[in-house]
Design a binder for this molecule. Structure first.
Ligand SMILES: *Cc1c(COP(=O)(O)O)cnc(C)c1O
Length: 354
């Protein structure tokens, strides 16, 4: 039986996407060949790459606005340094909202001065900083839209003249935002789009080409743009599966349609956390993530019975990250409202038993 997959990443993908992707590994569209044995220069794969790139821009509402979509490798973690390599000349600003932001800062420091404009480290990242001043002389300002580990999410984004760079690994395609406020967006596929192995980078071309250092070809966004994301052999399976998820999302009605469902899922779990005395939330209410709900039991003695009930109900992956403890229910696009219902039923059952 298929489990209710609350894993933080790699995470749930739509069942129909998994079925089509596995079929393509055996044979791609009656071609007599597997997806993973055809040339990436073949007409069939070039079409897949083009389709994936244009679907990404279309769903984000960015087509015809000077943006390019790239499917690169190395995960979001490589983008931590690639962003700085391509864009940091003197000084960049970073908002530190958790483990992933801190890792991005560490890498960027190898390339220039980093101004940590704001941080929520003082309360173990349970909120999104507000009311800070952004220096005027930044090459770019970097933020992490959704903090996967701590369960916080930016609801509004800072306004600044410098290009905004955003790590959206764990909430891209989950909610409607004016994506044109960003100069560069990156997201590892394995949270909300596909299997691990590719990273979506969406970049407005005019913000590139401004640093004086030489950039190795594989790390140069302009090289990848010039080669339509096919500078070297792309991760064909990850790109194809991501394309299928983007098609699935488009057929569902796009980001606005999935956002409605995501809001319902978040509402369901957070109202249970707030009303049920057996549970308490981790993130500040106004900054709660619709993707990752972090919470804990108020009484440690209930740990065993709660976890046993979860196991028996086929719930997978709700243990919290070690830096927060407790539980984390990750509710990415492919996780159904019904699955959240199963978890919430167990939570209310715990209250009756306590
Ligand atoms: C998972 C995650 C990452 C790391 O992604 P990799 O592809 O494993 O490098 C970076 N940022 C955020 C916000 C994440 O959730």
């Amino acid at each position: 039986m298929k489990k209710h997959n609350f894993s933080a990443g790699p995470c749930a993908l739509p069942q129909e996407v998994l079925a089509k992707a596995s079929q393509a590994v055996v044979e791609l569209d009656d071609s007599g060949l597997s997806l993973v044995e055809i040339s990436h220069r073949s007409a069939a794969f070039v079409r897949i790459m083009e389709n994936a790139r244009s679907l990404a821009l279309e769903l984000l509402g960015l087509d015809g606005k000077g943006y390019h979509a790239l499917f690169l490798q190395g995960g979001a973690s490589l983008e931590f340094l690639m962003v700085a390599y391509n864009m940091l000349e003197k000084k960049a600003g970073y908002i530190n909202t958790g483990t992933w932001s801190a890792k991005a800062i560490k890498e960027a420091k190898l390339f220039g001065e980093i101004d940590e404009v704001a941080s929520s480290k003082n309360e173990n990242y349970n909120y999104i900083p507000k009311g800070y001043t952004i220096p005027a002389d930044l090459d770019y300002l970097h933020l992490t839209s959704n903090n996967t580990i701590f369960g916080t999410q930016f609801k509004e984004f800072p306004k600044t003249a410098a290009p905004l760079v955003c790590d959206m690994s764990s909430d891209i395609f989950s909610r409607q935002i004016d994506f044109s406020q960003f100069g560069l967006i990156y997201a590892g596929a394995q949270k909300n789009m596909g299997p691990a192995g590719t990273t979506l980078v969406v970049v407005r071309e005019d913000i590139l080409g401004k640093v004086s250092r030489n950039i190795p070809s594989m790390l140069d966004y302009q090289v990848h743009i010039g080669k339509d994301s096919m500078f070297n052999t792309p991760p064909v399976f990850a790109v194809y599966t991501s394309m299928l998820t983007l098609e699935w999302l488009k057929n569902l009605g796009g980001i606005s349609a999935i956002e409605e469902i995501n809001d319902k899922k978040a509402q369901l779990i957070y109202s249970e956390i707030d009303l049920n005395p057996v549970f308490k939330g981790y993130a500040k209410k106004e900054d709660r993530s619709t993707m990752n709900a972090t919470f804990d039991l108020t009484d440690g003695k209930l740990k065993e019975p709660f976890e046993k009930m979860c196991r028996e109900a086929n719930i997978n992956g709700i243990n919290g990250h070690r830096s927060v403890g407790g539980y984390r229910a990750s509710m990415y696009n492919a996780l159904s409202l019904e699955s959240v219902g199963v978890l919430v039923d167990i939570m209310s059952e715990m209250e009756r038993k306590a």
